[in-house]
Every structure is written in structure tokens, then in C-alpha cells.
Design a protein around this ligand. Structure first.
Ligand SMILES: [Zn+2]
Length: 406
């Protein structure tokens, strides 16, 4: 019997969930067209970029419970949590002048203790080494404790006028070779745009202002070129450029083509506010980009996990006796710079939760949750692109799972 309202599929343009297509034929096509509008959804998300901001004197696992529960509600099944490991030079005359000092540093022993029970959380972790600590043995020790990824950040370099070629040193190349041996990938915050970014919550001249005061004269392009040299020299290591390297997709398209081991995460730059939608023109372009490079783009949000009200708790570090206290005024610094750090690093909305934690003086432990809206903005950006199911899966979790070998 013919229909007066025939419906023709156009899956190339308007992809639907696999079950919608299955219903076309299963059971003799009985349910064909039922829930016909349902788009593909990812089975889960794997957030490759989150920062631990709790205390170093008690296990991480208990402190991130609230965040884990919030994330699970959002189908964010897994997070890559960045834990900072202090190198030999840490505390030996370093100027306490980096945005990363807003996050606690571990020594090897305290990290071992802090990871007690961590594997039961279902989360994974990345080890952050400062640019002044190229110590392969630290990376090996971290890998031995389960770290899957090496996190690097140029903020300390920019802020302290350390030249970009620091990463080309023999010591750092040894670290990258160790990463290749250990099967670890690198998540690298390479550049920092100069403009503010009202939409995503970023401040103007973050890191640079401090750097310029300290004599930093190089540019983002110099930082990018040093990073690309590392990509070239270490083809067996996957390098993920955090915040899309603060580049547009036209340039990224060329870089992805030229560097098979280069990826980018979606953090900060790929947000769609909950009250907003794409212009059709932008959506169509981004949709092409995200389909073409679905193997190279990884979901990440730069969220803060386990926030302990760090702004109020210089004491947290001091009690831990674990390096935070060496950054004199870390408490005040964290307080004053929570906004700044959130700006440049963690994105919008974190400021609010940081403030809440700090003001209440509460928030140590499981009670502190995730900034869900911040996560949802990243999820909404992806979902509004209406990607086909295979691209969606790769970006939301499969690429990260492949790099983590899980
Ligand atoms: Zn980050």
C-alpha cells in the first residue's frame, strides 16, 4: 500500500542512529520509521583533558568521587586526570611564577600514596612535568604507577622567559623517546592566544603579560615551530595540541596532513553555549573538518576535578608538605589567579565553582562536583555538528581509548 507521505532517506546529509536504520528491515520492516528522527549518539565520552586540583595529603580517589558521579550522569565515562609531578629542580630556586602553581605538585612518594585505590575509580591519569624538569626517570616512574599520558605546558616557559627550544634539548628528546618506549602520548598546551575570548571565558594576554614583564620576546609561532620539531623528531609519539593549538581549522588542516602523529583536543575552543546554536555556514564547515579529521580530534574539556577550595587552602599544600608550600603565597596566588587560571587554562565557569569552594571553605573531598555546564557546552558543540556515528565515536572516546590502549 503506497503512502501519501513518503519519506526518503538522505543519510549522507542527515545521519541517524544505527538502530533507526536497522528498523528499516528488521522484523520485516515492521517498525520502520519508528523514532525516525533519532540521531547517532556516542556510547560514552572520554575527557582527555582534566586537572586535579585537590590535596596531595590524601588519596585522589576520594576527592574526585563527586566529579566522577557528575561526569557519569553526562555519559562522561572516563577522564584523563592531570597530576603534577615535581622534578629535581622543583623548589630549588624556581620563581613561583606560573599558572600551573595553582595546581598542587606531588613528589614521587606522595604521588604513590595519593594513587591508593585510584584504579578503582575507572579514571586514568596523566603526569605533568614542568619544562624545567626533563627527567625520563620521572616519566618511567609515573608510567610504572599507571600514567598513560605526559602533559606539558608552555605557561611556565612564557611567564619566565624560557626559550621555546628548551623542548629541543637532548634531555627533553630523551623524555619523548621514553614516552615512545612506554607507549605514552603527549598532551601539550603549546601556545596562548593574545586576544580575550568572551564566549569561552578566556582572558587577554594570559601568560604573555607576565612573560613580557620578564623579557619574553618570542611569539606563538616560535612556540608552535618548536613543538612541530618535536612532532617531527618523534614520529612514534602522538602529540595532542591542547586548545587546538589556538589555531584555526584551515591551518590545522594543513598541519594534520603534514604531521601524521599530530592530534588536537576540543578543549575551550570547541564550545557551544547552551542558549546558542551554530550559524549554518559555520556548522557546515566544521562538520566537514570534523569528519575529515575524525581520527585526530579528541574530546577534552580542561575541567577541574577534586577542587579543594584551593584558593583558600594554601594550607592544603603546606600541610601536605609537598611542594606547594615552596611556592610562597600559593594560597593567595591560587585565590587571586583562580579566575586567571580558569580563563587561560580551565575555561569558563570554573571560576564560579572555585569561588564557591573557597568561600565556603568547604569542598575538600567528594562533595565538590564538576562544572557540568562547562562539560555540556563541549558536548553540545560536538552533538550539534550531526556527525555520522563512526566519526562521533572516534572523537568522543575511541581515539583516546586507542591511545591509552584500552
Ligand atoms: Zn589544561
Amino acid at each position: 500500500m503506497g503512502s501519501q507521505m513518503p519519506y526518503g532517506r538522505n543519510e549522507g546529509m542527515y545521519p541517524h542512529g544505527a538502530d533507526v536504520l536497522e528498523r528499516d528491515s528488521s522484523d520485516g520492516g515492521f517498525s520502520r520509521g519508528w523514532a525516525m528522527h533519532c540521531k547517532p549518539i556516542p556510547q560514552r565520552y572520554f575527557d582527555v583533558h582534566t586537572h586535579f586540583c585537590g590535596r596531595t595529603d590524601r588519596p585522589v580517589a576520594g576527592q574526585i568521587r563527586g566529579c566522577g558521579e557528575d561526569a557519569a550522569e553526562l555519559m562522561n565515562a572516563r577522564a584523563m586526570l592531570i597530576l603534577q609531578l615535581r622534578g629535581k629542580k622543583r623548589g630549588a630556586g624556581w620563581p613561583p611564577a606560573s599558572v600551573m602553581d595553582n595546581f598542587p605538585y606531588y613528589g614521587l612518594e606522595s604521588m604513590r600514596a595519593g594513587l591508593e585505590g585510584f584504579e578503582r575509580t575507572g579514571q586514568l591519569w596523566a603526569v605533568h612535568l614542568d619544562c624545567r624538569s626533563p627527567e625520563p626517570e620521572l616519566l618511567r616512574a609515573a608510567a610504572g604507577m599507571g600514567a598513560k599520558c605526559l602533559k606539558l605546558h608552555n605557561a611556565p616557559a612564557i611567564e619566565n622567559n624560557i626559550p621555546p627550544d628548551v623542548w629541543l634539548s637532548r634531555d627533553w628528546q630523551d623524555v619523548f623517546r621514553a614516552a615512545a618506549e612506554l607507549g605514552m602520548f603527549v598532551l601539550f598546551h603549546v601556545t596562548q592566544r593574545l586576544s580575550a575570548s568572551a564566549y569561552t571565558g578566556g582572558g587577554r594576554n594570559s601568560y604573555w603579560e607576565k612573560g613580557w614583564a620578564n623579557g619574553t620576546a618570542y611569539t606563538n609561532e616560535d612556540l608552535l615551530q618548536a613543538f612541530l620539531s618535536c612532532c617531527r623528531a618523534n614520529p612514534d609519539v602522538a602529540f595532542i595540541g591542547a586548545h587546538q593549538l589556538h589555531l584555526g581549522w584551515e591551518r590545522l588542516d594543513g598541519l594534520f596532513a603534514a604531521y601524521p602523529n599530530l592530534c588536537a583536543d576540543t578543549s575551550i575552543g570547541c564550545q557551544l553555549r547552551l542558549c546558542d546554536s551554530f550559524y549554518p555556514h559555520d556548522r557546515e564547515y566544521l562538520r566537514l573538518v570534523f569528519q575529515k579529521w575524525a581520527d585526530r580530534i579528541l574530546f577534552g574539556t580542561d575541567s577541574v576535578w577534586g577542587r579543594s577550595g584551593a584558593g583558600a587552602s594554601g594550607g592544603a599544600g603546606a600541610e601536605a608538605g609537598d611542594g606547594v608550600e615552596t611556592d610562597a603565597g600559593a594560597g593567595a596566588g591560587a585565590d587571586a589567579e583562580a579566575g586567571n587560571g580558569a580563563d587561560a587554562e580551565a575555561g569558563n565557569g570554573v571560576e564560579a565553582s572555585a569561588g564557591a569552594g573557597a568561600d565556603a571553605g568547604a569542598g575538600v573531598g567528594a562533595g565538590v562536583g564538576l562544572d557540568k555546564e562547562h562539560c555540556l557546552r563541549h558536548m553540545r558543540f560536538i552533538s550539534e555538528l550531526d556527525l555520522p556515528e563512526d566519526a562521533l565515536r572516534k572523537i568522543c572516546h575511541e581515539n583516546a581509548e586507542r591511545l591509552c590502549r584500552i
